[in-house]
Design a protein around this ligand. Structure first.
Ligand SMILES: C[S@@+](CC[C@H](N)C(=O)[O-])C[C@H]1O[C@@H](n2cnc3c(N)ncnc32)[C@H](O)[C@@H]1O
Length: 473
Protein backbone atom coordinates (compact mmCIF):
# COMPACT_ATOMS: atom_id res chain seq x y z
CA UNK A 1 0.00 0.00 0.00
CA UNK A 2 1.25 3.48 -0.76
CA UNK A 3 0.89 6.01 2.04
CA UNK A 4 -1.88 8.55 1.55
CA UNK A 5 -1.76 12.14 2.79
CA UNK A 6 -5.22 11.95 4.31
CA UNK A 7 -6.07 10.45 7.71
CA UNK A 8 -8.51 7.55 7.66
CA UNK A 9 -10.98 9.06 10.14
CA UNK A 10 -11.07 8.67 13.90
CA UNK A 11 -12.97 5.42 13.87
CA UNK A 12 -13.57 2.78 16.54
CA UNK A 13 -14.75 -0.77 15.94
CA UNK A 14 -16.79 -2.57 18.53
CA UNK A 15 -16.19 -5.98 16.96
CA UNK A 16 -12.43 -5.65 17.47
CA UNK A 17 -12.70 -5.14 21.24
CA UNK A 18 -10.74 -7.71 23.26
CA UNK A 19 -13.74 -8.14 25.60
CA UNK A 20 -15.72 -9.48 22.65
CA UNK A 21 -12.80 -11.49 21.21
CA UNK A 22 -12.29 -13.19 24.58
CA UNK A 23 -16.01 -13.99 24.86
CA UNK A 24 -16.04 -15.80 21.50
CA UNK A 25 -12.83 -17.66 22.40
CA UNK A 26 -14.38 -18.71 25.71
CA UNK A 27 -17.49 -20.02 23.96
CA UNK A 28 -15.21 -22.16 21.78
CA UNK A 29 -13.49 -23.78 24.76
CA UNK A 30 -10.38 -21.59 25.05
CA UNK A 31 -9.10 -19.77 28.13
CA UNK A 32 -8.10 -16.37 26.70
CA UNK A 33 -5.95 -13.97 28.75
CA UNK A 34 -7.82 -11.66 31.17
CA UNK A 35 -8.95 -8.60 29.24
CA UNK A 36 -8.79 -6.06 32.06
CA UNK A 37 -4.97 -6.42 32.25
CA UNK A 38 -4.29 -7.46 28.65
CA UNK A 39 -1.44 -6.33 26.40
CA UNK A 40 -2.99 -5.26 23.10
CA UNK A 41 -1.31 -4.48 19.76
CA UNK A 42 -3.01 -2.81 16.80
CA UNK A 43 -1.27 -3.07 13.41
CA UNK A 44 -2.08 -0.32 10.89
CA UNK A 45 -3.89 1.57 13.65
CA UNK A 46 -4.51 4.75 11.58
CA UNK A 47 -5.21 7.67 13.91
CA UNK A 48 -5.35 5.28 16.85
CA UNK A 49 -8.83 6.10 18.14
CA UNK A 50 -9.82 2.44 18.22
CA UNK A 51 -7.25 1.48 20.86
CA UNK A 52 -7.39 4.93 22.46
CA UNK A 53 -11.05 4.35 23.34
CA UNK A 54 -10.23 0.84 24.59
CA UNK A 55 -7.36 2.18 26.70
CA UNK A 56 -9.71 4.58 28.47
CA UNK A 57 -12.19 1.86 29.40
CA UNK A 58 -9.45 -0.65 30.33
CA UNK A 59 -7.05 1.45 32.47
CA UNK A 60 -5.05 -1.58 33.68
CA UNK A 61 -4.44 -2.94 30.19
CA UNK A 62 -1.61 -1.72 27.93
CA UNK A 63 -1.93 -0.75 24.27
CA UNK A 64 0.54 -0.35 21.40
CA UNK A 65 -0.43 0.97 17.98
CA UNK A 66 1.75 1.03 14.87
CA UNK A 67 1.18 2.68 11.51
CA UNK A 68 3.68 3.84 8.90
CA UNK A 69 1.77 7.02 8.10
CA UNK A 70 3.30 10.02 9.94
CA UNK A 71 0.08 12.06 9.47
CA UNK A 72 -1.95 9.44 11.29
CA UNK A 73 0.56 8.74 14.07
CA UNK A 74 0.93 12.47 14.74
CA UNK A 75 -2.81 12.70 15.13
CA UNK A 76 -2.82 9.69 17.48
CA UNK A 77 -0.03 11.19 19.58
CA UNK A 78 -1.73 14.56 19.87
CA UNK A 79 -4.90 12.78 21.06
CA UNK A 80 -2.82 10.93 23.70
CA UNK A 81 -1.46 14.28 24.92
CA UNK A 82 -4.90 15.92 24.86
CA UNK A 83 -6.51 13.28 27.10
CA UNK A 84 -3.43 12.47 29.22
CA UNK A 85 -3.51 8.74 28.42
CA UNK A 86 -0.69 6.79 30.09
CA UNK A 87 -1.34 3.17 29.11
CA UNK A 88 -0.83 3.53 25.37
CA UNK A 89 2.01 4.16 22.90
CA UNK A 90 2.04 4.82 19.16
CA UNK A 91 4.95 4.03 16.88
CA UNK A 92 5.42 5.31 13.36
CA UNK A 93 6.70 2.10 11.87
CA UNK A 94 6.00 -0.29 9.04
CA UNK A 95 4.54 -3.73 9.63
CA UNK A 96 7.51 -4.92 7.55
CA UNK A 97 10.01 -3.67 10.15
CA UNK A 98 8.15 -4.21 13.41
CA UNK A 99 9.50 -6.67 15.90
CA UNK A 100 8.55 -7.35 19.49
CA UNK A 101 9.37 -10.07 21.98
CA UNK A 102 7.85 -13.49 21.46
CA UNK A 103 4.41 -13.78 23.10
CA UNK A 104 4.34 -10.13 24.13
CA UNK A 105 0.69 -9.44 23.21
CA UNK A 106 -2.53 -11.11 24.35
CA UNK A 107 -4.73 -9.57 21.65
CA UNK A 108 -3.60 -8.37 18.23
CA UNK A 109 -5.91 -6.31 16.03
CA UNK A 110 -5.60 -5.46 12.33
CA UNK A 111 -8.76 -3.71 11.15
CA UNK A 112 -9.01 -2.73 7.49
CA UNK A 113 -5.37 -3.50 6.78
CA UNK A 114 -4.96 -7.05 5.40
CA UNK A 115 -6.71 -6.31 2.08
CA UNK A 116 -4.78 -3.10 1.44
CA UNK A 117 -1.19 -4.25 1.73
CA UNK A 118 1.21 -6.16 -0.52
CA UNK A 119 1.68 -9.92 -0.30
CA UNK A 120 5.01 -9.37 1.48
CA UNK A 121 3.34 -7.13 4.10
CA UNK A 122 0.51 -9.64 4.55
CA UNK A 123 3.15 -12.28 5.28
CA UNK A 124 4.86 -9.91 7.73
CA UNK A 125 1.50 -9.30 9.46
CA UNK A 126 0.88 -13.04 9.91
CA UNK A 127 4.48 -13.51 11.08
CA UNK A 128 3.99 -10.83 13.77
CA UNK A 129 0.88 -12.63 14.99
CA UNK A 130 2.62 -16.00 14.98
CA UNK A 131 5.56 -14.65 16.96
CA UNK A 132 4.04 -12.02 19.24
CA UNK A 133 0.67 -13.52 20.21
CA UNK A 134 0.78 -15.13 23.65
CA UNK A 135 -0.06 -18.87 23.77
CA UNK A 136 -3.77 -18.37 24.61
CA UNK A 137 -4.07 -15.05 22.80
CA UNK A 138 -6.54 -14.09 20.08
CA UNK A 139 -5.95 -12.06 16.90
CA UNK A 140 -8.59 -10.15 14.94
CA UNK A 141 -8.16 -9.46 11.23
CA UNK A 142 -10.82 -7.81 9.08
CA UNK A 143 -10.58 -8.03 5.29
CA UNK A 144 -12.53 -7.72 2.07
CA UNK A 145 -13.74 -10.97 0.60
CA UNK A 146 -14.83 -12.55 -2.63
CA UNK A 147 -17.34 -13.30 -3.98
CA UNK A 148 -18.91 -10.02 -2.76
CA UNK A 149 -15.99 -7.84 -3.88
CA UNK A 150 -16.20 -8.99 -7.49
CA UNK A 151 -18.88 -6.34 -8.11
CA UNK A 152 -17.15 -3.70 -5.94
CA UNK A 153 -13.99 -3.98 -8.04
CA UNK A 154 -15.92 -2.28 -10.88
CA UNK A 155 -16.53 0.75 -8.65
CA UNK A 156 -12.84 0.83 -7.70
CA UNK A 157 -11.77 0.73 -11.35
CA UNK A 158 -14.11 3.57 -12.28
CA UNK A 159 -12.93 5.68 -9.35
CA UNK A 160 -9.23 5.15 -10.10
CA UNK A 161 -9.90 6.01 -13.78
CA UNK A 162 -10.95 9.55 -12.83
CA UNK A 163 -8.34 10.21 -10.11
CA UNK A 164 -5.32 12.11 -11.47
CA UNK A 165 -1.87 10.82 -10.49
CA UNK A 166 0.06 13.35 -8.44
CA UNK A 167 -2.98 15.16 -7.00
CA UNK A 168 -3.58 15.14 -3.25
CA UNK A 169 -5.73 12.33 -1.84
CA UNK A 170 -8.61 14.72 -1.13
CA UNK A 171 -8.42 16.08 -4.67
CA UNK A 172 -8.28 12.56 -6.16
CA UNK A 173 -11.32 11.57 -4.10
CA UNK A 174 -13.22 14.61 -5.42
CA UNK A 175 -12.16 13.95 -9.02
CA UNK A 176 -13.25 10.33 -8.83
CA UNK A 177 -16.59 11.15 -7.20
CA UNK A 178 -17.32 13.89 -9.79
CA UNK A 179 -16.37 11.59 -12.67
CA UNK A 180 -18.50 8.74 -11.36
CA UNK A 181 -21.45 11.10 -10.75
CA UNK A 182 -21.36 12.13 -14.44
CA UNK A 183 -20.90 8.57 -15.66
CA UNK A 184 -23.72 6.96 -13.73
CA UNK A 185 -26.72 8.73 -15.37
CA UNK A 186 -25.15 8.34 -18.84
CA UNK A 187 -24.67 4.57 -18.96
CA UNK A 188 -26.47 3.15 -21.97
CA UNK A 189 -28.36 0.25 -20.45
CA UNK A 190 -29.24 0.94 -16.83
CA UNK A 191 -31.48 -2.15 -16.62
CA UNK A 192 -28.73 -4.57 -17.60
CA UNK A 193 -26.89 -6.57 -14.98
CA UNK A 194 -23.94 -4.18 -15.47
CA UNK A 195 -26.14 -1.10 -15.05
CA UNK A 196 -27.70 -2.46 -11.88
CA UNK A 197 -24.32 -3.40 -10.48
CA UNK A 198 -22.97 0.11 -11.06
CA UNK A 199 -26.05 1.65 -9.49
CA UNK A 200 -25.75 -0.57 -6.42
CA UNK A 201 -21.99 -0.17 -5.95
CA UNK A 202 -21.19 3.36 -7.19
CA UNK A 203 -24.25 5.44 -6.24
CA UNK A 204 -23.83 5.01 -2.44
CA UNK A 205 -20.21 6.24 -2.74
CA UNK A 206 -21.11 9.58 -4.30
CA UNK A 207 -21.67 11.06 -0.83
CA UNK A 208 -18.90 9.17 0.95
CA UNK A 209 -16.22 11.24 2.73
CA UNK A 210 -12.84 11.86 1.06
CA UNK A 211 -10.88 9.70 3.50
CA UNK A 212 -13.13 6.72 2.80
CA UNK A 213 -12.85 6.98 -0.99
CA UNK A 214 -9.09 7.59 -0.76
CA UNK A 215 -8.34 4.63 1.50
CA UNK A 216 -11.01 2.17 0.44
CA UNK A 217 -11.10 2.68 -3.33
CA UNK A 218 -8.09 4.68 -4.55
CA UNK A 219 -5.14 3.10 -2.78
CA UNK A 220 -2.85 1.21 -5.10
CA UNK A 221 -3.08 -2.11 -3.27
CA UNK A 222 -6.50 -3.60 -2.80
CA UNK A 223 -6.64 -7.37 -2.57
CA UNK A 224 -9.93 -8.97 -1.56
CA UNK A 225 -9.51 -12.65 -0.84
CA UNK A 226 -11.57 -15.80 -0.56
CA UNK A 227 -12.02 -16.93 3.02
CA UNK A 228 -10.44 -20.31 2.24
CA UNK A 229 -7.26 -18.57 1.01
CA UNK A 230 -7.16 -16.37 4.12
CA UNK A 231 -7.46 -19.45 6.37
CA UNK A 232 -4.77 -21.27 4.38
CA UNK A 233 -2.49 -18.22 4.67
CA UNK A 234 -2.94 -18.21 8.46
CA UNK A 235 -2.21 -21.95 8.49
CA UNK A 236 1.18 -21.36 6.87
CA UNK A 237 2.06 -19.29 9.97
CA UNK A 238 0.91 -21.96 12.43
CA UNK A 239 -2.30 -20.08 13.16
CA UNK A 240 -5.80 -21.52 12.99
CA UNK A 241 -9.16 -19.99 12.20
CA UNK A 242 -11.19 -19.62 15.37
CA UNK A 243 -14.45 -17.87 14.43
CA UNK A 244 -15.99 -14.59 13.29
CA UNK A 245 -15.89 -11.81 15.83
CA UNK A 246 -19.65 -11.16 15.57
CA UNK A 247 -21.33 -14.24 16.94
CA UNK A 248 -24.25 -13.97 14.53
CA UNK A 249 -21.90 -14.06 11.51
CA UNK A 250 -20.73 -17.58 12.36
CA UNK A 251 -21.98 -20.62 10.43
CA UNK A 252 -22.24 -22.58 13.69
CA UNK A 253 -25.07 -20.42 15.09
CA UNK A 254 -27.20 -20.49 11.95
CA UNK A 255 -30.54 -22.25 11.82
CA UNK A 256 -33.27 -22.69 9.24
CA UNK A 257 -32.62 -22.86 5.48
CA UNK A 258 -29.00 -21.68 5.68
CA UNK A 259 -28.18 -24.39 8.21
CA UNK A 260 -29.86 -27.02 6.04
CA UNK A 261 -27.98 -25.84 2.94
CA UNK A 262 -24.68 -26.07 4.82
CA UNK A 263 -25.46 -29.50 6.27
CA UNK A 264 -26.44 -30.87 2.87
CA UNK A 265 -23.62 -29.36 0.82
CA UNK A 266 -20.64 -28.35 2.92
CA UNK A 267 -19.96 -31.32 5.19
CA UNK A 268 -18.61 -30.92 8.70
CA UNK A 269 -15.29 -29.14 8.10
CA UNK A 270 -15.51 -25.61 9.53
CA UNK A 271 -13.41 -24.01 6.78
CA UNK A 272 -15.53 -25.58 4.05
CA UNK A 273 -18.74 -24.53 5.82
CA UNK A 274 -17.59 -20.92 6.22
CA UNK A 275 -16.51 -20.71 2.57
CA UNK A 276 -19.80 -22.23 1.45
CA UNK A 277 -21.64 -19.66 3.56
CA UNK A 278 -19.76 -16.86 1.75
CA UNK A 279 -20.97 -18.22 -1.60
CA UNK A 280 -24.53 -18.36 -0.26
CA UNK A 281 -24.63 -14.80 1.04
CA UNK A 282 -22.22 -13.06 -1.39
CA UNK A 283 -19.95 -12.12 1.49
CA UNK A 284 -17.77 -9.01 0.97
CA UNK A 285 -16.24 -8.48 4.42
CA UNK A 286 -15.09 -10.66 7.27
CA UNK A 287 -13.86 -10.03 10.79
CA UNK A 288 -12.04 -13.25 11.51
CA UNK A 289 -10.36 -14.39 14.71
CA UNK A 290 -7.18 -16.47 14.73
CA UNK A 291 -5.36 -18.33 17.48
CA UNK A 292 -2.28 -20.53 17.60
CA UNK A 293 -2.65 -23.85 15.76
CA UNK A 294 -2.01 -25.71 19.03
CA UNK A 295 -4.88 -24.01 20.90
CA UNK A 296 -7.52 -26.59 21.92
CA UNK A 297 -10.54 -25.13 20.08
CA UNK A 298 -13.69 -27.09 20.93
CA UNK A 299 -16.40 -26.61 18.31
CA UNK A 300 -19.05 -28.52 20.26
CA UNK A 301 -20.72 -25.42 21.62
CA UNK A 302 -21.63 -25.81 25.30
CA UNK A 303 -23.60 -22.69 26.31
CA UNK A 304 -22.55 -23.04 30.00
CA UNK A 305 -19.11 -21.78 29.01
CA UNK A 306 -20.54 -18.26 28.81
CA UNK A 307 -21.75 -18.17 32.43
CA UNK A 308 -18.55 -16.46 33.73
CA UNK A 309 -19.04 -13.63 31.19
CA UNK A 310 -21.16 -10.48 31.34
CA UNK A 311 -24.08 -9.41 29.19
CA UNK A 312 -24.34 -6.03 27.48
CA UNK A 313 -27.51 -4.83 25.75
CA UNK A 314 -26.82 -3.90 22.12
CA UNK A 315 -30.33 -3.87 20.63
CA UNK A 316 -32.33 -0.68 20.47
CA UNK A 317 -35.74 -1.00 22.07
CA UNK A 318 -38.31 0.53 19.70
CA UNK A 319 -41.59 -0.30 21.42
CA UNK A 320 -42.62 -2.09 24.59
CA UNK A 321 -46.01 -3.76 25.06
CA UNK A 322 -46.90 -6.09 27.95
CA UNK A 323 -46.22 -9.26 25.92
CA UNK A 324 -43.84 -8.32 23.14
CA UNK A 325 -40.94 -5.97 22.51
CA UNK A 326 -40.19 -4.42 19.15
CA UNK A 327 -36.43 -4.12 18.79
CA UNK A 328 -33.71 -3.23 16.32
CA UNK A 329 -30.69 -5.52 16.60
CA UNK A 330 -27.18 -4.07 16.50
CA UNK A 331 -26.89 -4.95 12.81
CA UNK A 332 -30.09 -3.05 12.05
CA UNK A 333 -32.61 -5.93 11.74
CA UNK A 334 -36.02 -5.05 13.21
CA UNK A 335 -38.22 -7.72 14.76
CA UNK A 336 -40.63 -8.49 17.57
CA UNK A 337 -39.56 -10.55 20.56
CA UNK A 338 -42.22 -12.33 22.57
CA UNK A 339 -40.44 -15.29 24.21
CA UNK A 340 -40.98 -14.70 27.92
CA UNK A 341 -37.41 -15.40 29.08
CA UNK A 342 -35.91 -13.18 26.36
CA UNK A 343 -38.29 -10.34 27.25
CA UNK A 344 -37.41 -10.78 30.93
CA UNK A 345 -33.68 -10.55 30.17
CA UNK A 346 -34.25 -7.40 28.06
CA UNK A 347 -36.18 -5.92 30.99
CA UNK A 348 -33.37 -6.71 33.42
CA UNK A 349 -30.71 -5.32 31.08
CA UNK A 350 -32.65 -2.09 30.70
CA UNK A 351 -33.03 -1.85 34.45
CA UNK A 352 -29.44 -2.77 35.42
CA UNK A 353 -27.46 -1.39 32.44
CA UNK A 354 -25.73 0.17 30.68
CA UNK A 355 -22.86 -1.55 32.56
CA UNK A 356 -22.53 -5.20 31.49
CA UNK A 357 -24.44 -7.52 33.83
CA UNK A 358 -22.81 -10.81 34.97
CA UNK A 359 -24.57 -13.73 33.24
CA UNK A 360 -24.97 -15.42 36.65
CA UNK A 361 -27.18 -12.54 37.79
CA UNK A 362 -29.95 -13.69 35.44
CA UNK A 363 -30.32 -17.20 36.85
CA UNK A 364 -32.48 -16.53 39.91
CA UNK A 365 -34.70 -13.77 38.45
CA UNK A 366 -35.52 -15.95 35.44
CA UNK A 367 -36.25 -19.00 37.58
CA UNK A 368 -38.57 -16.83 39.70
CA UNK A 369 -40.22 -15.04 36.78
CA UNK A 370 -40.92 -18.22 34.86
CA UNK A 371 -41.83 -20.41 37.86
CA UNK A 372 -39.11 -22.91 36.94
CA UNK A 373 -38.66 -24.08 40.55
CA UNK A 374 -39.01 -27.75 39.67
CA UNK A 375 -35.93 -27.53 37.41
CA UNK A 376 -34.08 -24.87 39.42
CA UNK A 377 -30.98 -27.06 39.62
CA UNK A 378 -30.69 -26.75 35.84
CA UNK A 379 -31.06 -22.97 36.01
CA UNK A 380 -27.51 -22.17 34.85
CA UNK A 381 -27.76 -24.48 31.84
CA UNK A 382 -31.13 -23.12 30.81
CA UNK A 383 -30.16 -19.44 31.22
CA UNK A 384 -26.90 -20.02 29.32
CA UNK A 385 -28.89 -21.44 26.39
CA UNK A 386 -31.24 -18.45 26.41
CA UNK A 387 -28.35 -15.97 26.63
CA UNK A 388 -26.62 -17.68 23.72
CA UNK A 389 -29.83 -17.51 21.66
CA UNK A 390 -30.21 -13.74 22.29
CA UNK A 391 -26.52 -13.15 21.56
CA UNK A 392 -26.77 -14.95 18.22
CA UNK A 393 -29.83 -12.85 17.29
CA UNK A 394 -28.02 -9.56 17.97
CA UNK A 395 -30.03 -8.58 21.07
CA UNK A 396 -27.03 -8.40 23.36
CA UNK A 397 -23.43 -9.45 23.40
CA UNK A 398 -21.45 -11.41 25.93
CA UNK A 399 -18.15 -9.86 26.95
CA UNK A 400 -15.21 -10.76 29.15
CA UNK A 401 -14.31 -7.30 30.45
CA UNK A 402 -15.97 -5.12 33.08
CA UNK A 403 -15.84 -1.45 32.05
CA UNK A 404 -16.75 1.07 34.75
CA UNK A 405 -19.89 3.07 33.95
CA UNK A 406 -21.98 5.39 36.02
CA UNK A 407 -25.74 5.84 35.81
CA UNK A 408 -27.47 7.87 37.24
CA UNK A 409 -25.04 10.79 36.95
CA UNK A 410 -23.35 12.37 39.97
CA UNK A 411 -23.91 16.12 40.67
CA UNK A 412 -20.58 16.89 38.93
CA UNK A 413 -20.60 14.29 36.15
CA UNK A 414 -17.36 13.12 34.55
CA UNK A 415 -17.43 11.70 31.02
CA UNK A 416 -14.72 9.65 29.34
CA UNK A 417 -11.97 12.11 28.19
CA UNK A 418 -11.72 10.56 24.73
CA UNK A 419 -15.46 10.91 24.17
CA UNK A 420 -15.20 14.57 25.22
CA UNK A 421 -12.41 15.06 22.70
CA UNK A 422 -14.45 13.34 19.97
CA UNK A 423 -17.47 15.54 20.80
CA UNK A 424 -15.44 18.65 19.94
CA UNK A 425 -15.20 17.45 16.34
CA UNK A 426 -18.12 15.14 15.67
CA UNK A 427 -21.54 14.02 16.86
CA UNK A 428 -20.40 10.37 16.65
CA UNK A 429 -18.69 9.46 19.89
CA UNK A 430 -17.49 6.19 21.41
CA UNK A 431 -19.00 5.10 24.71
CA UNK A 432 -17.31 3.03 27.44
CA UNK A 433 -18.66 -0.14 25.82
CA UNK A 434 -16.81 0.73 22.61
CA UNK A 435 -19.97 1.47 20.67
CA UNK A 436 -20.27 4.51 18.41
CA UNK A 437 -23.27 6.57 19.44
CA UNK A 438 -24.77 9.38 17.35
CA UNK A 439 -25.59 12.37 19.57
CA UNK A 440 -28.11 15.19 19.16
CA UNK A 441 -26.59 18.72 19.09
CA UNK A 442 -27.46 19.45 22.76
CA UNK A 443 -25.99 16.09 23.85
CA UNK A 444 -22.81 16.71 21.87
CA UNK A 445 -22.43 20.18 23.43
CA UNK A 446 -23.10 18.87 26.95
CA UNK A 447 -20.65 15.95 26.62
CA UNK A 448 -17.80 18.43 26.10
CA UNK A 449 -18.67 20.08 29.44
CA UNK A 450 -18.63 16.93 31.58
CA UNK A 451 -15.12 17.17 33.06
CA UNK A 452 -16.12 16.46 36.66
CA UNK A 453 -15.60 20.06 37.85
CA UNK A 454 -19.01 21.53 37.02
CA UNK A 455 -22.39 21.12 38.73
CA UNK A 456 -24.74 20.01 35.96
CA UNK A 457 -28.52 20.27 36.24
CA UNK A 458 -30.45 17.07 35.40
CA UNK A 459 -31.75 17.17 31.80
CA UNK A 460 -32.87 14.72 29.12
CA UNK A 461 -29.48 15.21 27.39
CA UNK A 462 -27.58 14.28 30.57
CA UNK A 463 -29.86 11.30 31.15
CA UNK A 464 -29.20 10.04 27.61
CA UNK A 465 -25.42 10.40 27.97
CA UNK A 466 -25.59 8.41 31.20
CA UNK A 467 -27.90 5.76 29.74
CA UNK A 468 -25.65 5.40 26.69
CA UNK A 469 -22.61 4.68 28.85
CA UNK A 470 -20.47 7.83 28.56
CA UNK A 471 -20.05 8.62 32.29
CA UNK A 472 -17.33 7.37 34.58
CA UNK A 473 -18.29 9.40 37.67
C1 LIG B 1 -7.66 1.38 5.50
S1 LIG B 1 -6.62 2.08 6.71
C2 LIG B 1 -7.29 1.42 8.24
C3 LIG B 1 -6.91 2.25 9.44
C4 LIG B 1 -7.55 1.78 10.76
N1 LIG B 1 -7.11 0.47 11.14
C5 LIG B 1 -9.05 1.82 10.61
O1 LIG B 1 -9.63 0.78 10.28
O2 LIG B 1 -9.63 2.88 10.83
C6 LIG B 1 -5.14 1.11 6.55
C7 LIG B 1 -4.04 1.57 7.48
O3 LIG B 1 -2.91 0.70 7.35
C8 LIG B 1 -1.74 1.49 7.36
N2 LIG B 1 -0.68 0.71 6.70
C9 LIG B 1 -0.65 0.25 5.43
N3 LIG B 1 0.49 -0.40 5.18
C10 LIG B 1 1.20 -0.38 6.32
C11 LIG B 1 2.48 -0.88 6.70
N4 LIG B 1 3.26 -1.54 5.84
N5 LIG B 1 2.88 -0.67 7.95
C12 LIG B 1 2.13 0.03 8.83
N6 LIG B 1 0.92 0.53 8.53
C13 LIG B 1 0.47 0.34 7.29
C14 LIG B 1 -2.16 2.75 6.62
O4 LIG B 1 -1.31 3.85 6.88
C15 LIG B 1 -3.56 2.96 7.14
O5 LIG B 1 -3.58 3.74 8.32
Amino acid sequence: MTETDIAYGDLTFQDSHPGQLAAIATLLGLTPPPVDTARVLELGCGTGFNILAMSQALPNAHFTGIDYSPVQIERAQSAVAAIGATNIEFLCQSILDYSAASGSFDYIIAHGVYSWISAATRDALMAIIERCLSPNGVAYISYNTYPGWHSRIVAREIFTFFAQPGASSAERARQSRDGAARLLPAITNPDSLYGQTLQAEVAPLLNAPDYYIAHEYLVEDNFPTYFRDFAAHAGRFNLQYLAESRLLANSFVLGGDLRRALDENAGSDILRREQYLDFLIGCYFRQSLLCHAAAPVNREVEPERILPLSVSLTAEILEVTPDAWRIRSHIGAEFTVDDKPIVKILELLRQLGPAPVPAQAFIQPIIDALGMHSVAALGGTIIAGILLAGWSRGLWILRADTPVLVNPPSPKPLACPLARLQARQSNRCTNRLHRTITLAPDEQALLQQLDGTREIEPSPALARLAAEGFLIA
